[in-house]
Design a protein around this ligand. Sequence first.
Ligand SMILES: N[C@@H](CCC(=O)N[C@@H](CS)C(=O)NCC(=O)O)C(=O)O
Length: 249
Amino acid sequence: MIQLYGMSSPNVRKVVVALEEMGLAYEPHHVAVFRGEQFTEEFLALNPLAKVPVIRDPEGPAAGEPIFESGAILIYLAESYGPQFLPADGPARYAVLKWLMLQVASAGPAFGNHSHFRLQHEANPYAARRFRHMAAQIYQVLEGRLGKADWLGGDAYSIADMAVWPWARYLQRHGMDPAEFPNLTAWEARIAERPAVIRADGVIRRFGEQDSADRVESPPAEREMLVGLHIPAPSAQAAAAIMTTTERT
Ligand SMILES: N[C@@H](CCC(=O)N[C@@H](CS)C(=O)NCC(=O)O)C(=O)O
């Protein structure tokens, strides 16, 4: 049976939605991210970047090799079990893949940083402005796409919709006016009604109860782990090299 390692976050929700849409049997394991469980040796063997979601599928084509990165997991699941959610070839395949990649490479990081710096705007107004702008641009691009097609990939609901949907639900929380995003809002509501999506909500709610308990109980040192503050700072020389690379890109 497929093993799912997760918590109540949007990146995990997209995988739970896919598992439910494909009617797969799976065993959810809560990872106590708010208590630093992602940094244990056991979890790092699943994902060296210490992040959920991860799946293991002992009987499937990956033969139990852990799969991390939600985009890779969605492609794996669709290719193995849900061909209706990712066309095997032709333009429709690449339409799905490019919107999926837009989510994992651009929307996820931009929305995540927007949320983070919205809360930290007094400490860093520049970063708050920058990520708000990036998030707004992505929401507008999604709105434009959904004005031209019913689904992100075109005519059919796909893993691209599953990837974007858990994040697009934050439109209002991200400070955007839903009235300016009628297509995105209608698409969001259509997906929310799907039986598989409703079932996924139950799984995420149970993860959320465990996350809330961990959050209350975790001491400040464990909370620091979540933002990576425990990782030793790079030496001055390494930091300078990183700066130079960043400035060049
Ligand atoms: N690009 C990754 C992002 C995964 C990610 O950021 N996971 C978060 C929860 S949504 C996490 O595990 N955070 C724990 C940490 O950063 O220590 C994906 O799409 O799977």
